[in-house]
Design a binder for this molecule. Structure first.
Ligand code: NAD
Length: 455
């Protein structure tokens, strides 16, 4: 694979203007929809082979999410792509003013392994809608899915328009040497910084979808059984290997005992059928990550769970009582271990959260509107839910992205179209009247006229 040649062939293709045509974009979206819908079994199977992710989770969290997103774009693209008329101003009177959404050109989308279908195809939908040519770089840590997607893409798309390039970090670095017109990266904060440095060489704009330690706050007035069930669901899905999984819980002291009791109950329910549990519960992606997590567990005394099986690379949902200085509170966990800290005062907790790097998500369990408003106002985070976890991602009317170390930019629905477009502002001036008071020679009378208009 000659990467420089591929990128320049995409740039050449972009300049033919084919991707600017709306019918072309709608057709490509439909082709992508057919690709996913015809091959959902193949894709589910590939992800299962990569890390044992249950078909139920792949279908609901990846396939359905992608199909729903394509349908949203197919339905709305004509509207989104229309030039937007905006008002003129006193300074520019008379004029007609419009904003044109223009594609960037050749874009690079680098994905990660934990939602290997969704995290590659969801941004791709935005790139297609906006009218770009795209190179996808799937993650090498989910090789079966990487191969499946690359094969399907090359079967159905012209590589000068859309290609998938398989490979590891080295391939990614090769791609990053090229002068793409936009780079969309999903992965770790560490690699996000590398991507941004590479992009800076060409001043290429980036979206960085990164991670962080997303808290779940359980206030004393919360419905504790619901909180426990929804938090453990957020941790069970993908065995906690989700960028927006609740990373740790902050539990009000008054409800600590009942949170433990209900956590035991719901984990018991989720894992009830052990045989089914094995098949319906993802593996940790590889030995390195398994060892990283079990190493953290060896420094902990679980309140619930703690079992880890190196053969299946599965770790039981595990809860650990932790202080702020516990090893589990240092980095994003990215596994089914939930440390919790106990708090007494919400303002103190908010202060603590503000002192940490801003997370991608925050979940708050309370019935009190003042508390909802206080947390939303006082704590920086990308997005989240009240009385739920993860589900804010399921609504493409909500932009998805981080802030600070959890990322730059956002996407989903119209926000994806906007992410992959730049705004071209056009002021259309009539040739008559030609108001002459803006032209030299300047005079006191002309200046006074301006002063009168603006005073
Ligand atoms: P990673 O950052 O190691 O890898 C992601 C991609 O970057 C892969 O395609 C990989 O080949 C490439 N890459 C790796 N090293 C590179 C290098 N040195 N130079 C250039 N490219 C390189 O991803 P990971 O750590 O396996 O993924 C987990 C992280 O991703 C977590 O922090 C998680 O929170 C985050 N994440 C974020 C989102 C989101 O939407 N915000 C979604 C999923 C995961």
């Amino acid at each position: 694979m000659n990467i420089p040649e591929l990128v320049s062939s995409q740039k050449e293709h972009f300049h033919t203007g084919e991707t600017l045509e709306l019918p072309f974009r709608l057709q490509q979206l439909q082709t992508l929809r057919d690709l996913v819908s015809d091959n959902h079994d193949l894709l589910c199977d590939a992800v299962y082979r990569d890390f044992g992710k249950p078909e139920f989770e792949v279908y609901t969290n990846e396939i359905a999410v992608v199909l729903q997103e394509i349908d949203t774009h197919l339905k709305n693209l004509r509207d989104w792509a229309k030039p937007e008329s905006v008002k003129g101003s006193k300074l520019t009177f008379p004029s007609r003013n419009k904003i044109y959404s223009q594609p960037y050109g050749a874009v690079l989308i680098i994905g990660t392994w934990n939602y290997p279908v969704q995290l590659l195809l969801l941004p791709l939908i935005g790139a297609i809608s906006a009218g770009n040519c795209t190179i996808l770089k799937p993650s090498e840590l989910a090789p079966e899915t990487s191969r499946a997607i690359t094969g399907l893409i090359s079967d159905r798309f012209n590589r000068n328009y859309l290609a998938s390039v398989e490979g590891d970090a080295g391939t990614s670095r090769e791609l990053l040497k090229e002068a793409f017109n936009y780079i969309f990266f999903t992965g770790s904060t560490r690699v996000g910084k590398i991507v941004m440095q590479a992009a800076a060489e060409n001043l290429t704009p980036v979206t960085l979808e990164l991670g962080g330690k997303s808290p779940a706050i359980i206030h004393k007035d919360a419905e504790i059984e619901i909180a426990a069930r929804r938090i453990w669901w957020g941790k069970y899905v993908n065995a906690g290997q989700t960028c927006v999984a609740p990373d740790f819980a902050a539990v009000h002291r008054d409800v600590e005992d009942s949170f433990i009791r209900y956590s035991e109950k719901v984990i018991g329910e989720f894992m009830a059928d052990r045989t089914n549990g094995i098949k319906a519960y993802s593996r940790i992606i590889n030995e390195n990550h398994f060892n990283r997590l079990t190493n953290m567990l060896s420094k902990s005394e679980p309140v619930i769970g703690g079992e880890a099986d190196p053969n299946s690379r599965q770790i039981a949902p595990t809860m650990v009582r932790a202080g702020w200085d516990h090893p589990l509170m240092e980095d994003e966990i990215f596994g089914p271990i939930l440390p919790y800290i106990v708090y007494d005062d919400l303002n103190d907790l908010n202060q603590r959260l503000r002192d940490m790097p801003s997370p991608l998500a925050l979940y708050l369990f309370t019935k009190n509107n003042d508390i909802k408003n206080t947390v939303i106002r006082d704590v920086p985070f990308g997005g989240g839910c009240i009385n739920d976890t993860l589900t804010h991602l399921g609504n493409s009317n909500l932009p998805f992205g981080g802030v600070g170390l959890s990322g730059i930019g956002n996407y989903h629905g119209k926000f994806s179209f906007d992410t992959f477009s730049y705004k071209k502002s056009i002021l259309d001036k009539p040739v008559w009247p030609d108001l002459t008071f803006r032209y030299p020679p300047y005079s006191g009378i002309k200046l006074n006229l301006f002063k009168k208009i603006f005073s």
